[in-house]
Design a binder for this molecule. Sequence first.
Ligand SMILES: N[C@@H](CCC(=O)N[C@@H](CS)C(=O)NCC(=O)O)C(=O)O
Length: 170
Amino acid sequence: MPDLSAFPIARRWTPKHPERLQLYSLPTPNGVKVSIMLEEIGLPYEPHRIDIGANETWTPEFLSLNPNGKIPAIIDPDGPGGKPLGLFESGAILVYLAEKTGKLMSSDAARRYETMQWVFFQMAAIGPMFGQVGFFHKFAGREYEDKRPLKGDVPVDVEIGGQALPALSL
Ligand SMILES: N[C@@H](CCC(=O)N[C@@H](CS)C(=O)NCC(=O)O)C(=O)O
């Protein structure tokens, strides 16, 4: 039976099946990427529901696994060399699972990089943009005041190279 006691997160979210991959997540767009992959590759896992609405990702136990305070994160009790491995960032987890199981990523180098480019595109481009749209339009937008002047509303003092320019109307 693997010993996960070195991971503080396992003290707050106690594993019932420590021999299975431990998934710390919630069904959000980033969270489901990992659970969908786990279902697709058929790797047994134990999910732990992390309530981001209650700021559970910012507890010391969660931060010990992901200092960035975000789901998803995993502990694989059977990591490289048979040792437990903790991992965060959905893209890193997807690549790890693909390499661990030899599924959903080709062993052919060109095909592998083709897959990686789409993973990086999702992670670095479209994912964060959609995330911001969702955050500001659907969830917390009204809590943030946009202090920028509206076009034509407010004259703005501009200084370039220490020299004051006449007020501009944007
Ligand atoms: N780049 C990260 C983003 C993860 C992320 O943004 N997770 C959100 C939910 S989708 C979260 O945990 N938010 C909680 C918070 O920021 O308090 C990844 O892909 O894993």
